[in-house]
Design a protein around this ligand. Structure first.
Ligand SMILES: [Zn+2]
Ligand SMILES: [Zn+2]
Ligand SMILES: [Zn+2]
Ligand SMILES: [Zn+2]
Length: 378
């Protein structure tokens, strides 16, 4: 189990069978779209998926298929992360807030999936499988976000939603025209559109091991070059600052001790961010770093690194351990850039139960920590 770090990359989910490969029966790892639920018991409901800051429903961000080979009860195992779409909810670092994570697992023999691995090619007729409207158990899924939909449209009593926000969104988007216009037992007239503005764009996540050759002493070359560039810039900037007068005075009024402390802090800060950049440089497109219980996360800053006491134990009483981190590169795929404030993070770190508990195969909430870039970096 002393495996190294595995990296995840976003790949376009195109081509014949692309959509099918991202459905539950294929146990996908993916970004965006609707969640491909694993187990059908104990899905997180609308209350559990509400943003801790604005109380709006969180959107499905990504899922990782991460079975534990030595655990028969986790023959199938998937981690799910949800994220609020409101940019303002990302202002503060730390736990939960606009993010939440869940874990679900099933033994090889279960009521939902065959014991044999899924076929490589989609079964005939399933290549363009539409997102499911309900689970096999009959529980309805929200037409907009694909999470549990306990609320139904008052007119047709068929269309299901997680809450009033998504009911209103779907009504605007066309349910007002299609509502009630289908024969009994026929959902085709009211099929769910593949995409809507609430969902993040959908990608498959491809996993590859990180090249193990990362040497501890590789920091010399690129670091020095960067340093050289930076110092060459400094005198000019200082000159400009001095010329503005007020800034120069502000600097002078700081005593030597404070300046020393500030300089030291900045150097340490640079060091952490520099290490982050170097580690990522070999595979700059990585969106995921996975290493359950092994090498810990790489931090973008010295600030807001959680202490052990900041990471709560699992509800079973066991400690939580690092399992994976989501990299800032994922933001490039999410189309969340806007002129104003946008959804943002330095890294998101997911910690899961060290014992991997889970009687009854329900979805269990795990712990996610958001770290931001420090003001000085980037
Ligand atoms: Zn929010
Ligand atoms: Zn919904
Ligand atoms: Zn309706
Ligand atoms: Zn536990």
């Amino acid at each position: 189990m002393a495996a190294g770090v595995e990296l995840g990359f976003a790949a376009a989910a195109a081509g014949p069978g692309g959509a099918w490969r991202l459905r539950s029966a294929c146990f996908p790892s993916k970004v965006g779209g609707r969640p491909a639920w694993l187990g059908e018991a104990g899905l997180p409901g609308p209350a559990a998926l509400r943003c801790g800051r604005c109380q709006q429903p969180c959107a499905f961000l990504l899922q990782l298929y991460a079975p534990l080979p030595d655990r028969p009860d986790a023959f199938h195992r998937t981690l799910f992360v949800f994220a609020c779409r409101g940019a303002a909810c990302y202002r503060l670092p730390g736990p939960r807030g606009p993010l939440c994570a869940f874990r679900n697992q099933l033994p090889r023999r279960n009521d939902t999936y065959p014991a044999e691995p899924p076929p490589e090619e989609p079964p005939p007729g399933l290549a363009a499988a539409a997102p499911p409207l309900r689970l096999r158990s009959g529980a309805a899924l929200c037409r907009v976000c694909g999470c549990l939909g306990p609320r139904v449209c008052g007119s047709c009593r068929r269309a299901a939603y997680c809450g009033p926000q998504h009911q209103a969104l779907d009504w605007r988007r066309g349910h007002r025209r299609s509502c009630g216009k289908h024969a009994a037992g026929d959902d085709s007239a009211d099929a769910i559109p593949e995409h809507n503005e609430f969902l993040f764009p959908e990608y498959e996540i491809l996993i590859e091991p990180e090249e193990p050759e990362f040497p501890a002493d590789s920091s010399v070359d690129p670091g020095d070059e960067q340093g050289a560039v930076d110092t060459s810039k400094d005198p000019k900037e200082q000159g400009e600052l001095g010329a503005t007068g007020s800034a120069g005075e502000a600097f002078q009024s700081l005593d030597e001790e404070t300046l020393e402390a500030m300089a030291k802090h900045e150097t340490e800060e640079d060091k952490v961010f520099q290490m982050f950049k170097e580690r990522v440089a070999a595979e700059p497109e990585q969106i995921i770093r996975y290493c359950r219980g092994g090498e810990g996360p790489i931090w973008v800053s010295r600030e807001n690194i959680p202490d052990e006491k900041d990471i709560p134990n699992c509800s079973c009483g066991a400690k939580r351990i690092f399992e994976f981190q989501i990299m800032p590169q994922l933001l490039n795929h999410l189309q969340v850039d806007s002129l104003g404030e946008s959804i943002d993070w330095g890294t998101l770190v997911v910690y899961t139960c060290a014992d991997n508990c889970g009687e009854g195969n329900e979805y269990l909430e795990e712990f996610i920590w958001k770290q931001d870039f420090s003001a000085g970096s980037i």
